[in-house]
Design a protein around this ligand. Sequence first.
Ligand code: SAM
Length: 427
Amino acid sequence: MNLLPKSCKEFSDKDYWNKFFKKRGNKAFEWYGEYLELCSHLHKYIKLKDTILITGCGNSSLSADLYDVGYESITNIDVSEVVIRQMNSINAHRTNMKFICMDATNTAFGDDEFNVVLDKGTLDALMPDDNEETVARIDKYFSEIKRVLKFGGRFVCISLLQSHILHKLLETFCDKSWMFRVVRCHEAEEKNAEDGDGTTLPVFVVVATKFKVMPQLILEVCLAGEKMVRMSTAEELAAYVKSAQDTAFVTNGLAKTNLHEDNEVTLDLIQPGEDTPRYTLFIVDQKHKQAVNKYAVFIVPQGRESEWLFGTAAGRRQLQDSARFGRLVVAVLRRGHSFGTLDAVKEELAHAAKMLIPYGFSGMIPFLSLGSDVGRRVTVHEGTSPLSGGYIVEDVDVEAHTHRRLIFLDNQFLVQSEARLKEGQYP
Ligand SMILES: C[S@@+](CC[C@H](N)C(=O)[O-])C[C@H]1O[C@@H](n2cnc3c(N)ncnc32)[C@H](O)[C@@H]1O
């Protein structure tokens, strides 16, 4: 069945959608995720008593699921009369939920009617490019959203945030009468990867909250965990989003292909709001030899990363040869960060480990290490030399002995000098 458009321009064409939903029948086609993957975000930004407008509802089951968990006032609109007919019939027993055939760029609603406008994939469909005609259509769409939302109301938009779309959103909602937040939805991405060929694009939830006027611009991003990071400019926010998209580009490539034996890929994982990477991952593939197992992640304890086996490409290749895994991800815990237990580190690495799964691997990801903890690294002295720049002296544990090391920070995987400390002589 040829269900996807030949050119993405057709995404904004009503006849295209009528044909799409006729061919599809009553079988739901979900863009970017379903209630289960999205609910943790939606429940945060939508209250049960809110009046909700869902634009471009399509035949997604999202509104029915929201209704069934207690959202009482939902109005769905779509430009396709075919899908509105289908949805009215499927949802006849959900008596208080409305499905109306209406153009989201020119609605019949009054000003300040809704607490929430919810868009899943519709903005992306309406804005395939940024030519003049498209931008004029999006201006109309956004001015309708601004008009129908009450003060304190939220525009919640689930999108892939292609750069021209993010740019338009920021141009429209990045001022002192809107608070603008971008949250990455890992749950939707993981589901999309599981359902498809293992690759996925980052899915974002944008929340723009309408205010009268605020004393300052509020722009926030959350790309991992719960921590919101304040941005000072729209450009800074756009750069954050782009870095997540670029990383996905690399991991998608790694999900489909094996690296050549002589190559390895390095990825830094950085926590939002911090300047230095928390982890560095080295991805090594073994193509020609018989791999016993497909995939594992090896966690290098703190302080051991400068040893030949972990700190050089040849060493990591040997580690992989001896471990006999098709793909080995060597994870280094970077200096300057504190780490809890080995289990906490595994949890932090779980998402990245999933994103690097090679094609054909399924099941639990084995995490390997040298012992049962993350190792110990204590900074004894830090300084800057006019000759060699920043340096650090640190104590690390190597096979039950404490070693004191001098490291030049511009080459952190190399130990400049090292001495084994005598027991009891130093604190
Ligand atoms: C990518 S689909 C998303 C469908 C649904 N929200 C989902 O998550 O599965 C885009 C939807 O927007 C609808 N649409 C396109 N242009 C529209 C417009 N101007 N007004 C309202 N709906 C529109 C299409 O009919 C289609 O159902």
